[in-house]
Ligand binder design. Structure first.
Ligand code: CMP
Length: 140
């Protein structure tokens, strides 16, 4: 397969506990090229927009509160089969079910405070990349 882009967020829990560097190192070790990276802090509206597909879920208000509680690091990542590979190295959504050596097994606290986000499909990856990055940002 050819090179593919995906989108990732190091979430507020991992930034706060000082694991951003560990997570970036694991991503680089897994062969991801960092195309773009920025620290930012989501407003309530931005978090609601980003997670709009989950707005009917019971955990939505809590998820929005969590994602706005502190700074996050947004990243555009590239490698072969990037979307699938990122989901492998992140591990299961619930860290209790994540395999040994995955990012969530190593650093996540709970199914909600799960330290990292990764796009789940090519269409969502493009939408999510465009939520945070411009064409110029992504040309590296
Ligand atoms: P993420 O991969 O960013 O996609 C949606 C997020 O919602 C997920 O990671 C978790 O942070 C959160 N989430 C998913 N399922 C649950 C759940 N059952 N309870 C609380 N939070 C959840």
């Amino acid at each position: 397969m050819s090179q593919q882009r995906t989108f990732s967020i190091i979430k507020p829990d991992a930034v706060k506990t000082g694991h951003a560097g560990d997570i970036i190192a694991l991503l680089e070790k897994a062969g991801f090229k960092i195309l773009a990276l920025r620290m930012t802090r989501l407003t309530e509206k931005q978090a609601q927009g980003f997670y709009a597909v989950h707005r009917e879920k019971g955990f939505f208000p809590s998820l929005v509160r969590f994602m706005t509680e502190g700074p996050i690091i947004v990243m555009a990542l590239e490698r072969e089969s990037a979307i699938q590979k990122l989901r492998e190295v992140m591990g299961a959504t619930n860290p209790a079910n994540a395999a040994e050596g995955t990012i969530r097994k190593s650093f996540a606290e709970s199914i909600e405070r799960n330290c990292i986000h990764g796009s789940d499909a090519p269409e969502t990856a493009e939408v999510e990349l465009r939520y945070f990055f411009s064409t110029l940002d992504l040309q590296n």
